[in-house]
Design a protein around this ligand. Sequence first.
Ligand code: PLP
Length: 406
Amino acid sequence: MAVPAFLHPFARPSQTEFTSIVRGEGAVVWDAQGNRYVDALASLWFCGVGHGRTEIADAVARQLGTLAAFHAFERFTNEPADELCRTLAALAPMAGARVFLTSSGSEAVDSAMKLARMAQVRAGHPERTLVVSRNHGYHGVTYGGMTVQGLPLNKEGFGPGVGDVEQVDHGDIEDAARLFADRGERVAAVIAEPVIGAGGVYPPAPGYLEGLRRLCDDHGAYLILDEVITGFGRLGSWWGAERFDIRPDLVTFAKGVTSGYQPLGGVILAPSVTGPLEEDPSFVLRHGHTYSGHPAACVAALAVIDILRREELAARAVAIGERLGAGLGALVDDGVLASVRGDRGMWAGVLADDRAVEVRDEMMRRGVIARFLGTSAIAFCPPLVIGDDDLDRCVEALHDAVTGLP
Ligand code: PLP
């Protein structure tokens, strides 16, 4: 069989067989053969409000029919972008926030790194260029995001990354403390996910995020929380920052903000960052994407935020966590899984062996699409609208897949 024209992301370029997904509704999707699957990872951690929401599609269509797009560089703006930024600033886990818009999480991470370094320059600290990140962290695939992510396989063969990035252990605050003791005066920012997602689903060690905040405060560094997965209700509140009571200087977001109905991401900035940028009225921020503030993406986000509020979907993440956590915990008790990690709407079941890809494939045969992380973990991050029956089906499919493998 010939390879398709579509060179797939995160796939073997020689791969010839694919599953074509054609339709979705709530927490369920169907393939081209009519097979039904529970979407156990909200596609790729993004579809919080669930599939098939016509009100979002209608809002996007109305916007496209009025003004598909016009750029927002320099003096231009559009009402959907303005309204979305006002809305996000009001929801932000810091007072007096402003918002920079991108089209993806990777762009959001690169923007946060650049904005943090630039704000340090504008504040009179050009020597602060070091960005500190963590092993197991995932922050995307552009050169900035790739460099700060903590998964070595994703960097292999892509040449040198961005300079002045250092990695510390994700669970040991003493490792970060040692780096700060050594080079604290050079640190521009630390970047961390409140709960590590694609790198294995690791909730923070008790006191870890507070420790990072303290180190940043003590040494004049910014704290960037990468909330590309954890934002928009995933951890039972709007932000992981609220879940763990941490005050960030910058927050990156994407995925859940539009639940995938349009590509959108961005960075929320506290006055600690915008203050130095605003101080000199002649300073021009020479950073921005063609689609920063794309109106059709912004109306999708506004419609999603409206649904999240109206249906109180963040609260569902708490219920999901209780049921999924208990179900996966029972599989550990039964010896089907080696261990389980997670918090609220994000979970990973850890296998006793390294057959995560086979287990994922077996689960699909049983009508559940989960995702393998590395070689031994199966991740769950379902749409927040998922019902209890479908949650139970996820656990059952994992049980049957593991016990059914030869
Ligand atoms: N940051 C985090 C925490 C993510 O989980 C991801 C994607 O999974 C990204 C950044 C990159 O986002 P994107 O794939 O939209 O570029």
